[in-house]
Design a protein around this ligand. Structure first.
Ligand SMILES: Nc1nc2c(ncn2[C@@H]2O[C@H](COP(=O)(O)OP(=O)(O)OP(=O)(O)O)[C@@H](O)[C@H]2O)c(=O)[nH]1
Ligand SMILES: Nc1nc2c(ncn2[C@@H]2O[C@H](COP(=O)(O)OP(=O)(O)OP(=O)(O)O)[C@@H](O)[C@H]2O)c(=O)[nH]1
Length: 441
């Protein structure tokens, strides 16, 4: 099931960030530990009761003048409308309804997106209760009185929000088709690649029901096997605040990756590797999904017999934390090597679901520890007792040790390399859970 996206919009200073923090609680998920990934708080994975959703904060509008303010608010609301499933429109009981609120309310209403109207800073119902009525004039339905600062009214607000979520099982049936997200910065050729693949293969359905307008799902049959490609369509950039575009592009990528089994990170061969690429690859890496780094527009590159090798080397350096990723040089324009994608995706999927017998794993580990002694600290040496595979997609291994503290990242990496030497697992990350013996499962 795709996670719902909830966006918080409203004028500056009405308390959007405070509400965001209150809803997200401690669950704020900043993409961490991956170089190049922005540390700014862009979104949070939030949950309420049994509902899980992605919460998007909007902010940072500097009210230079009323004109500019209005323009920026419009642009912000437009982005939210294009991307979110539900919009929380935040207003401020202390300032009452102001002109800018009417403007935004009109846009939101016209969009036909579910909107939940939040009247914030109602710290005391006794004191402010009567001031809530005027918010009915925004014609967005019932206003929900909230005090974000005091965590009041949040439950009622969220109850209304989750009512608008796509219903479980409504669009999604058992679906064992492989899903492939095409991600990458603007203009790298995502749409061109989809079109090329479409042109060269049999197409059954496009625009599958149950998907949002921002990501277009296309089913492509190749050698009789159906694949679903998720294309993250570009956002129009005219007159938009750049950071906001960035923010929503990230959300779209996250959402597409979330639904996919394998991500194809497209890069533009003519531009080399940019920060934008690193950020997007980081999202794929953190997700645990399969990854192909596809260098597109290869037709535009002047090359000799070393060019591909040199580019590969640069990729491996820049993306050293994801050396499992497969690399492909393609041209969405000429179709060069684009058909290889299917073969590669199949192979990666086989690796994602590969299970290794416990006996074999323990043999590999025994050999590995004999070849390279485990580290020790303050006279205590790391002992690895037992390894077993706990799950697939991504393949996850549990290693039982005497002291978790002694299991350094570099030694885990060494064990990973030993496993990869034997089984490859190309294209998929593999994960390790380190447990001390005697600990409960
Ligand atoms: N009394 C009261 N103050 C609040 C409440 N929620 C937020 N505030 C205050 O309102 C001010 C603005 O809050 P923010 O959460 O930063 O507002 P914002 O809408 O994110 O502002 P921008 O980032 O400028 O768009 C801060 O001083 C908050 O402490 C509330 O429920 N009650
Ligand atoms: N020469 C060449 N041009 C390409 C190739 N792939 C894409 N292009 C061109 O690059 C431009 C951008 O391609 P799009 O497919 O629109 O890129 P996109 O990633 O979907 O862009 P957004 O929608 O902005 O995210 C177009 O002019 C394409 O014709 C390629 O392999 N070779």
């Amino acid at each position: 099931m795709r996670k719902a996206i909830v966006a918080v919009v409203g004028r500056p200073n009405v308390g959007k960030s405070t509400l965001f923090n209150t809803i997200a609680g401690k669950q704020i998920s900043i993409v961490q530990d991956t170089p190049g990934v922005t540390r700014d708080r862009i979104y949070a994975e939030a949950s309420w009761l049994n509902y899980h959703f992605t919460l998007v904060d909007t902010g940072g509008i500097e009210p230079v003048s009323d004109d500019i303010l209005l323009k920026q608010m419009r642009s912000q609301a437009e982005l939210a409308i294009e991307t979110a499933d539900v919009i929380i429109f935040v207003t401020d009981v202390r300032s009452g309804v102001v002109d800018a609120d009417y403007e935004v309310a009109n846009m939101l209403r016209k969009s036909k997106k579910p909107v939940v109207l939040c009247v914030n800073k109602v710290d005391s119902v006794k004191k402010f209760g009567n001031d809530i009525y005027e918010f009915y004039s925004l014609a967005l339905g019932e206003p929900f009185a909230v005090s974000s600062a005091n965590h009041m009214g949040i439950g009622d607000l969220l109850e209304e929000v989750v009512k608008h979520f796509p219903k479980e099982g409504e669009a999604e049936e058992e679906d064992d088709r492989l899903k492939i997200a095409l991600i990458g910065k603007p203009n790298v050729g995502k749409s061109s690649l989809t079109n090329k693949l479409l042109g060269e293969n049999r197409v059954i359905v496009s625009d599958i029901a149950g998907t949002t307008r921002d990501a277009i799902d296309t089913e492509i049959i190749h050698n009789g096997v159906p694949y679903v490609f998720i294309d993250t369509a570009g956002l129009r950039r005219k007159g938009r605040v750049t950071e906001e575009i960035e923010r929503y592009s990230v959300i779209r990528t996250v959402s597409a990756v979330d639904r996919a089994d394998i991500c194809i990170v497209l890069l533009d061969a003519t531009e080399g590797i940019t920060d934008g690429d690193t950020r997007i690859a980081g999202i794929a890496h953190e997700s645990g999904k399969g990854v192909i780094l596809a260098v597109n527009k290869w037709d535009l590159v002047e090359k000799d017999d070393k060019t591909m090798q040199e580019f590969t080397k640069k990729l491996r350096e820049k993306f050293s934390y994801m050396d499992y990723a497969e690399i492909l040089f393609i041209s969405a324009e000429t179709g060069q090597r684009t058909q290889k994608i299917f073969e590669m995706v199949d192979r990666i999927h086989e690796n994602q679901v590969l299970r290794i017998k416990t006996g074999v794993l323990n043999e590999i580990m025994a050999r590995a520890t004999a070849m390279k002694q485990p580290p020790s600290d303050k006279g205590k040496r790391l002992k690895l007792f037992y390894i077993t595979q706990a799950s697939v997609s991504p393949p996850t291994f549990v290693i039982f040790v005497n002291d978790r503290e002694l299991m350094h990242f570099s030694y885990t990496r060494y064990i990973e390399n030993q496993i990869r030497e034997n089984f490859g697992f190309r294209g998929t990350p593999i994960r390790f859970i380190i447990r001390e013996r005697g600990e409960e499962k």
